[in-house]
Design a protein around this ligand. Structure first.
Ligand SMILES: C[S@@+](CC[C@H](N)C(=O)[O-])C[C@H]1O[C@@H](n2cnc3c(N)ncnc32)[C@H](O)[C@@H]1O
Length: 284
């Protein structure tokens, strides 16, 4: 079959399934399944696609038409301009989480000694832990998650990027996963925790509901996990250490009240490009 015919076939199926950019996604799936470049498909639409690639392309189009997220179909997502493996066992990294990583990088870079220990709690695919380990070659990262399957994906990503020797993977419930010798010794405790309200789950797009519910939903209020982290982080941070959290839309005021009650001396809230509060940084 010719490349343009397959592209068209995929576009038709994806469009019928209500996928927003069917032509673009169909071409992406075709080039990944066939290892033909976009330029090749556009300049030589008559190129014959091998049978194996055709079969793979059709399986992928069917999965995507069933509203499986594109990243799960491809097994890959981009974060901080780097490729990361993803499976349905972990959350797909979001662009807004790059704000959290950038704020963390700024803080670590501002310390004269940028080595030391940091923790990424709820590491998922490991994007935060791996990005920080790559930026600071003498940093040791403790990456935790409740899900052993997600930790396995994180471990593979650490290996893929050559930083597995400086990331320690720990399974467990939030800060309980951290060994007690880390008390008062973390320079940075960073987390993109679940912060969706239970009642919100049903109204999320079908693709989002294919991601692990535990990675997104925190409880009836949505701020339950953030609250535990704000209070629990105190005993793990070094004096002058920083807590960095991603938060949900409109959670800023609640999170500020947690910080006040937990006795942090100073905090800063960062906004995304749309002006929404998304990242909270706090110091003891
Ligand atoms: C929003 S995802 C973030 C994943 C990844 N850090 C990222 O930014 O893409 C939250 C992660 O926290 C984990 N998680 C949820 N509840 C947890 C708990 N009580 N203890 C440890 N990890 C938890 C989930 O398994 C999930 O991987």
């Amino acid at each position: 079959v010719r490349a343009d015919e397959l592209w068209e076939e995929g576009t038709r199926i994806l469009s019928g399934a209500g996928i927003p950019r069917p032509r673009w996604e169909s071409l992406l799936l075709l080039t990944r399944a066939s290892s033909l470049s976009r330029e090749r498909v556009l300049a030589h639409p008559e190129t014959e696609v091998e049978e194996k690639a055709q079969a793979l392309f059709r399986v992928w189009v069917r999965r995507r038409a069933g509203r499986e997220p594109l990243a799960y179909v491809l097994g890959e997502a981009e974060f901080m301009s780097r490729p990361f493996l993803v499976t349905p066992a972990c959350l797909i990294p979001r662009p807004e989480t790059e704000l959290l990583v950038e704020a963390s990088q700024e803080f670590l870079a501002s310390r004269a000694f940028s080595g030391g220990r940091v923790a990424d709690v709820g590491t998922g695919s490991g994007v935060i832990a791996v990005s920080l380990a790559l930026s600071f070659p003498s940093l040791v990262v403790y990456a935790t998650d409740l899900s052993p399957e997600a930790l396995e994906v994180a471990r593979q990503n650490a290996r893929l990027h050559g930083v597995e020797e400086r990331i320690i993977f720990l399974a467990g419930d939030l800060l309980e996963a951290l060994p007690s010798f880390l008390r008062r010794s973390l320079l940075l405790l960073v987390s993109n925790p679940p912060y969706v309200r239970e009642g919100e789950w049903e109204s999320l797009p079908p693709e989002v509901r294919r991601e692990p519910r535990e990675a997104l939903v925190a409880g009836p209020r949505g701020t339950e996990v953030i609250e535990r982290l704000v209070f629990g982080a105190r005993e793990f941070l070094l004096p002058g250490g920083m807590l960095a959290l991603e938060i949900g839309l409109r959670q800023g005021p609640t999170v500020r009240s947690f910080l006040r009650r937990a006795g942090y001396s100073r905090w800063e809230v960062r906004r995304d490009h749309a002006g929404r509060e998304r990242v909270v940084l706090a110091w003891l």
